[in-house]
Structure formats: structure tokens, C-alpha cells
Design a protein around this ligand. Structure first.
Ligand SMILES: [Zn+2]
Length: 583
């Protein structure tokens, strides 16, 4: 490992270490000093031994660039790279900004200590789990070997044999491996000198293997053939699909190929209809929120708006809601981009962006078909917003999603799309905001006793939960759980995902506030006053119940600034640190 230059060790060694290239500032490994320095430089400070660092995010940033600039990308979210700096001179910032700009991302810089940098860089030494498969297989018990042996063999052949297998077999193994690991997306990405195979498992991208270039080319042709794409078109984006049978189950695979400067990159999304068939309760909805949603979807008209970033599970939730009301006496039409899962008894249509048959036009046509219920995949533009709101006001029940951070933000977004506050108030029945957190593997999760101050901090968070949420809030907390890893969860410690939600119906009080040009914060406060459980609270409850972990909640929701002091208490708990390092 490359040595980190510790400026605090001695001024001379610093000069030798990095020469004149860096304009020196005295970065110490002592957190309090770095914090002061950050303040004087007008930069935010962060301690990465406390803040949960996402290894995947760290590794997504080239290691040589990180080491050259003595920086680390410790978190990516919503188009922003959060980068910790130990050096702040202009040339370093310039390099990092150029890197981000090429990827259409913005940067937020933080000052970190050299100790933080070293700790975060450790992520570069951690290998994707497939690298450990051989050891894992050895560690399997006889029982597990009988159950999972075949699975591991398939995965091992992915790692070891890709170069020697016939290409027909390669694609088969890639698909079988993806299916074993409950993968939602397969990415095959040519990069300079190599082709990367990655799976998205429970929402996170995992490095699986590198594919030799000739195998990649043959696999690409085979995928194109199966998905009925043009073989010789290499410079434009193509979409297609095919399906595989697993036992008696049909798994549809939606393929997208786009040209990049390194070659064509393949994305295959596995659409397993049975996985979309989730009852509301198993989504993670409960208490008053669940009852309220059930009340709202039984109404004859109005809008149900679900919000969240890509991958937050909002479409799955809407499908589940539609299933709840799907009876032969109700005519349901959807307009989607594209159709993700087949809903029996429902008329499903897809927008066609090539023919300018977008959401707006499709929706106008659908309304003329006399439906009772309409599902609009997403509201992206003014036209769609206007038609959807009108449909809701004229006797239709409209389900839709908005790509915003949370429920209160979606009101502001609708305003930006030209919908008057008074119309939002009368058209929308309920706003839903959600994220997906990974669920701890029940077979291997391990109980631990948190420090008294963690328990105290948690009690304070739980005390902020309104009394009328209809959810059982535990009075005492004795144990929390940490991920361990076993054959069943493929050593990730997690298995499957569940939603954390915030939900508020548009009551008269909320409608009035919306009409008065309220800010996001005012709407949020009003909703909380009326009994809304926030996503963060829902997440913390699910941590206390042993369903998930702090890391998962913070990874998906960010941290609630109002609770910052409490986080510090939890994060400085030695048993928490031990639990984090397990991952
Ligand atoms: Zn497990």
C-alpha cells in the first residue's frame, strides 16, 4: 500500500514526500486540529472514522487519482460526489473537478484528517465477494454444501472459467449467477483494457468478474441476437428483450445497449414477475400509514403520489397498490416507460419516445378510454402533470410517481410543473415517500449490546415519534443486530430489501398550507404535526427491531440534521464501530 504522507509527522519529511507540487497546509491526523483548519478555510469538516463510508463509492473512484490527489470519494448521491481532501491547493481541486465534470457530477469538498483518508482508502484493499468464493465454499458446513454447493460451483465457474467456456455457456452462467444472487441488473461494461461484469444486488452494484475481450464480443452478439437487435449497429443505442425459464418460472430480461467510447455497454434487467407480486405488509408498510393508504386507494378519485430517487422501490409499491384494488368491475389502464411487470386484468401501455408518444399524449388518449384507475409511470413534464391532475379532478383515481427526494419536495415540484397550490390540495389524496434498505439475513445476524449512550440516543429518537402512528414503539432497547454473512445470504449479511416510508394524506389543514405557497419545511412540519412518521424514524424503528442497520438507513436517507448530536453518540459507541467494521 502506498504510504500516506502525514504532514504532522515532520515538516521536512512532508517536503520530501510530495515536493513542491503541493501547496502545503498543515493537515494533522488530530481531528480537532483539522476541524479548526477546515473552519478557517471555509470548508466543511468530516471525520470518516465516524461517518459510514460506502466502500462501493470509494472503489468507484480510480485509486491512482485518489492517491495522486491525496483525496477520497467517500459518498455519491444525487449527482454529487462528496470528496474528502487532505490538500486544498488549486491544482488538486482542478483535477478532481475535471474528473467529476466529465461524468456530469458536481463535487462537494470536505477537509479530512490523514487518519480519515487512510481509513477510507482501506476500502481499495477489500475485494468483491466473488474473489473469496473458494474460501467461502471451504467454510460451508456439510448441510450448506448440500443446499448451496451447486450454486457456488456456478458462481465459481463465473470467476475461473470465463475464458475457457464456450460462449453459449458464458451467457448462461452470467444469467444463472445473477439469478442465484437475486440480481436486478447485469452490467457488462467495456473499459480501457478490460470488460467489467457487475451485478446489482439488493440495490448495490457488486464487481463480479472481468471478461476477456473476445468472450465479450461473442457474448454481445449473442445478447443482440436473443433480444432481436441489429448486429451490425454498433454506434447507436438499442433496446430489446428476451426471456429465460427457471424451473416453471418465466424471467423476462430487458436489454439496453449503448455505445460508449470504449465499446458497447450492455445492461440486462431481470424482471421476475413473482418478485413484483408483493403484499403491502411485506413492503414494510404498517400501522396508521398502512391503514391510511388503504383508505385512500379505496376512494373513487384523486391522486396517489409516490416519491423517491431511482431505485427507491416506488414503482413496486404502486404495483402492489394497484393489485389491492384490481377487480373485474374496475377498469385500470397504465402508461409506463417501459412496462416493467405484467399485471393480469390490467390494460398496460408503453410510451414511445421515438414517435413523440410521450406520457402527456398517451394520458390524453387513455382518459378517453373511460378508465376508473390510471397509473402514470412518472410525471416528468408540465403536460403530463396537467392531464394527470385534471383526470384526478374529474373522477379518476390516478397513481403516479415523482422523482423527488421526499414527499414534501414533490409538492414544490408539482408547483414547478405549473400546478396551482389550490389544485394540488384538491387533486392529491396522499403523498408517499420511500427508500429501500437491505434487510439483515435472519439466519446469521448477530445480536450485540449497544453502549448505554447509544441506547439513550435511540430512546431520544424514538421519543420524537408521534403517539398516533399506530406503531408499537419499544420502551426498552437491549440488543441491536449486526450483519455477519452465511451461505444463505452469499456472505453479504443481508438478504432482500424492505421499504422505509413517510406518508401524509392531504387533509384540510395540509391543503391550506399548500395553497399558501408553503416551503418544503413548512409542509414537512405540518405533516409531522398531523402524525407523520418520517423515513428516518421508520428506519431507526426497523433498526431497533433488528430488521436492518444504521448504515442502511443513513445510506439511503442521509442523516437528519436535527438529530446530528444523537448520531455522534451512536457513532462513537465502540460496539457500533465493531458492528460497522464487520461489513
Ligand atoms: Zn446470512
Amino acid at each position: 500500500m502506498v504510504k500516506v504522507v502525514r504532514q504532522s509527522e515532520s515538516a521536512d519529511s512532508t517536503k520530501e514526500g510530495v515536493g513542491d507540487f503541493l501547496q502545503k497546509i498543515d493537515i494533522s491526523s488530530r481531528e480537532s486540529e483539522v476541524e479548526r483548519l477546515a473552519h478557517s478555510q471555509g470548508l466543511p469538516y468530516i471525520d470518516l472514522s465516524l461517518f459510514p463510508v460506502d466502500g462501493d463509492h470509494v472503489r468507484s473512484f480510480p485509486e491512482d487519482l485518489a492517491r495522486e490527489t491525496l483525496s477520497v470519494l467517500f459518498q455519491k448521491e444525487r449527482g454529487i460526489y462528496r470528496i474528502g481532501l487532505t490538500q486544498t491547493d488549486a491544482s488538486i481541486k482542478e483535477k478532481l473537478l475535471t474528473y467529476a465534470k466529465e461524468r456530469e457530477q458536481e463535487i462537494k469538498f470536505y477537509l479530512i484528517s490523514s487518519a480519515s483518508l487512510e481509513r477510507a482508502w482501506e476500502e481499495y484493499t477489500k475485494k468483491p465477494f466473488i474473489e473469496h468464493l473458494d474460501q467461502m465454499k471451504v467454510s460451508l458446513s456439510k448441510e450448506d454444501l448440500a443446499t448451496f454447493g451447486k450454486e457456488f460451483d456456478d458462481l465459481l465457474s463465473l470467476k475461473n472459467n470465463l475464458a475457457n467456456l464456450p460462449t453459449t455457456k458464458v451467457l448462461e452462467i452470467i444469467l444463472a449467477g445473477a439469478n442465484h444472487l437475486h440480481t436486478s441488473d447485469i452490467h457488462i461494461e467495456p473499459e480501457a483494457g478490460e470488460v467489467r461484469l457487475r451485478y446489482r444486488i439488493d440495490g448495490l452494484l457488486e464487481d463480479i468478474a472481468h471478461i476477456p475481450s473476445d468472450v465479450y464480443h461473442l457474448t454481445l452478439s449473442r445478447v443482440k441476437m436473443l433480444a432481436k437487435m441489429k448486429l451490425n449497429a454498433t454506434a447507436r443505442a438499442q433496446d430489446g428483450s428476451f426471456f429465460i425459464m427457471k424451473d416453471d418460472e418465466r424471467i423476462d430480461i430487458r436489454v439496453s445497449i449503448i455505445p460508449t467510447n470504449q465499446g458497447e455497454t450492455i445492461n440486462m434487467r431481470l424482471l421476475n414477475s413473482s418478485e413484483a407480486d408483493v403484499p403491502l405488509e411485506t413492503l414494510g408498510l404498517r400501522g396508521e400509514a398502512l391503514l391510511e393508504i388503504k383508505r385512500q386507494i379505496k376512494k373513487p378519485h384523486g391522486m396517489i403520489v409516490n416519491t423517491g430517487p431511482t431505485g427507491s422501490g416506488k414503482t413496486t409499491t404502486l404495483y402492489s397498490l394497484i393489485r389491492e384494488i384490481n377487480e373485474s368491475s374496475v377498469k385500470i389502464i397504465t402508461v409506463e416507460d417501459p412496462i416493467e411487470y405484467i399485471l393480469p386484468g390490467v390494460v398496460q401501455t408503453a410510451v414511445n419516445n421515438d414517435d413523440s408518444y410521450g406520457f402527456g399524449q398517451a394520458l390524453r388518449a387513455i382518459v378517453r378510454q373511460d378508465p376508473d384507475v390510471i397509473l402514470v409511470g412518472e410525471i416528468r413534464d408540465e403536460e403530463t402533470a396537467e392531464v394527470a391532475v385534471n383526470a384526478a379532478l374529474t373522477g379518476h383515481l390516478v397513481f403516479t410517481t415523482l422523482h423527488t427526494n421526499d414527499a414534501p419536495a414533490s409538492i414544490v415540484r408539482l408547483g414547478e410543473l405549473g400546478i396551482k397550490g389550490s389544485l394540488i390540495g384538491s387533486a392529491v389524496n396522499i403523498f408517499i415517500g420511500q427508500r429501500l434498505v437491505r434487510v439483515l439475513c435472519k439466519k446469521c445476524r448477530e445480536a450485540y449490546t449497544p453502549a448505554p449512550k447509544t441506547i439513550a440516543a435511540l430512546q431520544k429518537i424514538l421519543a420524537t415519534i408521534p403517539l398516533n402512528t399506530g406503531i408499537h414503539v419499544p420502551k426498552t432497547i437491549e440488543t441491536l443486530y449486526k450483519p455477519v454473512g452465511c451461505a444463505e445470504c452469499h456472505f453479504s449479511g443481508y438478504r432482500g430489501r424492505q421499504g422505509i416510508f413517510e406518508i401524509f394524506p392531504v387533509t384540510d389543514g395540509i391543503a391550506k398550507i399548500i395553497d399558501n405557497f408553503a416551503t418544503e419545511n413548512e409542509i414537512r412540519e405540518a405533516a409531522i404535526k398531523e402524525g407523520m412518521l418520517t423515513m428516518n424514524q421508520d428506519g431507526i424503528l426497523k433498526v431497533v427491531e433488528g430488521i436492518t442497520t444504521f448504515q442502511e438507513v443513513w445510506r439511503t436517507t442521509g442523516r437528519d440534521e436535527a438529530l446530528e448530536d444523537l448520531y455522534e453518540d451512536i457513532l462513537s459507541d465502540p460496539s457500533f464501530k465493531e458492528a460497522s467494521s464487520k461489513e
